[in-house]
Every structure is written in structure tokens, then in C-alpha cells.
Design a protein around this ligand. Structure first.
Ligand code: HEC
Length: 132
């Protein structure tokens, strides 16, 4: 009886968790990836790997990371920017008016997901971010 109960709980809790990840990934693709693409001939914004790399260095804790991204998307501004070079290159990210809850979910997804740098970004990073 006890085993059945535990199995049921595990099943009940694992399903929504999986669905949530899929959901976050879909939201990221529709709300952020149009600009934050890793490889594209049209360059609208830094690739999401680069964004994560900068934000996570300043905010290594998951909760702090999420708060920074939520605050940023709510009101992009030079004052809280961690990528001033990107603003100079692409212009300030527009205010998009997304629901905070969606952005919170997406931010957690970006933090958890293992994102890989493109070859192009590795070269850029070496050229521009190496200590002199
Ligand atoms: C219309 C294009 C566009 C969309 C859509 C977009 N961004 Fe951006 N984003 C930019 C640009 C351009 C920059 C680089 C310039 C800057 O930092 O303002 C940027 C920078 C950022 C940064 C780094 C900010 C900094 O300077 O510290 C974060 C974090 C970010 N975006 C998160 C997101 C998230 C999360 C989404 C989806 C909810 C998203 N963006 C959707 C264009 C976009």
C-alpha cells in the first residue's frame, strides 16, 4: 500500500514538472529566441548563451539570476545592464510588456538549461573579454 502511494505521488509530481519545462522552452522560443538566436545571419541581439554567461557571473545564485532577468525584461535600462557593449552594438532591448510570471519561468529555464556557445561567440569572447 505504502509503495503504491509513493509511486502515485512520484507520478503525479513528475508529470507537471516535465510539462512545465516544455512549456518554458516553448515560451522562450516564442518570446525571446526571435532576437536571441545563437546562429543567424541577421544579428538582432547577443545569443542567449552570451546573455546567460554575463548574468550568471554577476548573479550566480538561481533566485538572484531570475530576479535580475525579470527586472531587466520589465524595464531594460543602462543602469542595470550587465552588457553595456551589447547596448552599443545592438541598441537597448525594447520593453516588451510580457507577463512577469512568464518571464520568471523563462529565466529559470535559461538558468537550468545547458546552453552551449557557438564557435563565433567563442572567438568574439576571446577577442573582447580577455584580461589585458
Ligand atoms: C526585439 C528583440 C528582443 C527580444 C524579443 C528579447 N530581447 Fe533580450 N535583448 C535584446 C537586445 C538587442 C539586447 C542587447 C542590448 C541590451 O542589453 O539592451 C538584449 C539583452 C538582453 C539581456 C542582457 C541585459 C543586459 O544588458 O544586462 C537579457 C537578460 C535579455 N535580453 C533577456 C531577454 C529575455 C528573457 C527575453 C524573452 C522574454 C528577451 N530578452 C527578448 C533584444 C531582445
Amino acid at each position: 500500500m505504502k509503495t503504491i502511494f509513493i509511486t502515485m505521488i512520484a507520478f503525479a509530481t513528475s508529470l507537471p514538472l516535465y510539462a512545465k519545462d516544455e512549456d518554458a522552452s516553448a515560451k522562450f522560443l516564442s518570446m525571446c529566441a526571435s532576437c536571441h538566436v545563437a546562429t543567424s545571419s541577421v544579428k538582432l541581439a547577443p545569443p542567449i548563451y552570451a546573455v546567460k554567461d554575463h548574468v550568471i557571473k554577476a548573479y550566480p545564485d538561481r533566485q538572484d539570476f531570475i530576479e535580475q532577468v525579470v527586472e531587466w525584461v520589465e524595464e531594460p535600462s543602462r543602469d542595470i545592464s550587465l552588457m553595456p557593449g551589447a547596448i552599443n552594438k545592438f541598441g537597448l532591448m525594447p520593453k516588451l510588456g510580457f507577463a512577469k510570471e512568464d518571464v520568471r519561468q523563462i529565466a529559470g529555464y535559461i538558468y537550468d538549461e545547458e546552453l552551449l556557445p557557438s564557435q563565433e561567440y567563442k572567438k568574439h569572447y576571446k577577442k573582447n573579454h580577455q584580461p589585458r
